[in-house]
Design a protein around this ligand. Structure first.
Ligand code: HXC
Length: 258
């Protein structure tokens, strides 16, 4: 891959967005690489959690690649938007939980990438924003939809219309990020969280993710019915037997992921 790095540390997959000279801006080639990588990770049962971070000092991702978009026709821009949406939907629905570790700019498509992850941990220096209106465009990788779902309609509209960058503490106050941590501890804290998740029953974690993702788009009675199906499904796993038996025997559970 030219624009991404991927490494595995125990059962955690770490993706680094790696175009630091362009502040990791998302061009079509990067999106296609991310698509292929996510397809591979989805079927890699050895990977139980994923972390996404930005390479270089300054940025998580500073947006879609403006130089590439500049001369696009309307049809090309539509296809580019659809490509990003498809990849970010794949990320959002990846079986494994995904943590975004955000150390610098997460603007435009970068904020949209972070929002497609399950959990966002920001360093104190991170900056967020949807500055697309300053370029004469709207967000196009799901930002107009995921932002209001995370922070509410009114705040989302302010961020989208005004276009200002907000700092990590403000992003935390608005519910855009889960935690704000010191710059030097960002990866350590992201890995510790991933390890904690990985120590639990992996199928149950994946089913929690599916229940939230699918259920949030349903009416509450359908969503709770779906939850009941998923809860029942857990009892077909070895991990449910092990987890409950370990509790009764007052020992730590040893999950097989089955
Ligand atoms: C292409 C980018 C870029 C981007 C930065 N660069 N962001 N290239 N696309 N989104 C490049 C710069 O051109 C520059 O290249 C290098 O990265 C370093 O950036 P500087 O601007 O010199 O750094 P700095 O002065 O520190 O400013 C950082 C910044 C600024 C505030 C993040 O770069 C910036 O405003 N970037 C654009 C942010 C943005 O508008 N994002 C939304 C894009 S639209 P050179 O070659 O000069 O060194 C979007 C739509 C998504 O994301 C939906 C699409 C369907």
């Amino acid at each position: 891959m030219e624009n991404l790095l991927y490494e595995k540390s125990d059962s955690i997959g770490i993706i680094t967005m790696n175009r630091p000279k362009a502040l990791n801006a998302l061009n079509a080639a990067t999106l296609r690489e991310l698509d292929s990588l996510l397809t591979a990770i989805a079927s890699d049962s050895a990977v139980k959690a994923v972390i996404i971070r930005g390479g270089g000092e300054k940025a998580f991702v500073a947006g879609a690649d403006i130089t590439e978009m500049q001369s696009m026709s309307a049809m090309e821009a539509r296809s580019f938007g659809k490509l990003g949406q498809m990849v970010f939907n794949k990320l959002e629905n990846l079986p494994q939980p995904v943590i975004a570790a955000i150390h610098g700019f997460a603007l435009g498509g970068g904020c949209e990438l972070a929002m497609a992850c399950d959990i966002r941990i920001a360093s104190e220096k991170a900056k967020f924003g949807q500055p697309e209106v300053m370029l004469g465009v709207t967000p196009g990788f799901g930002g107009t939809q995921r932002l209001p779902r995370l922070v509410g309609k009114g705040i989302a509209k302010e961020l989208l219309f005004v276009g200002d960058q907000i700092d990590a503490l403000e992003a935390y106050r608005l519910g855009l990020v889960n935690r704000v941590v010191p710059v030097a501890s960002l990866m350590e804290i992201a890995i510790a969280m991933a390890n904690k998740i990985v120590s639990h029953a992996p199928v149950a974690v994946q089913l929690c993710k599916a229940a939230v993702n699918e259920g949030m788009d349903m009416a509450l009675d359908s969503a709770t019915a779906y939850e009941a199906e998923i809860f029942g499904l857990c009892f077909a796993t070895i991990d449910q037997k092990e987890g409950m038996q370990a509790f009764v025997e007052k020992r730590k559970a040893n999950f097989a992921g089955k």
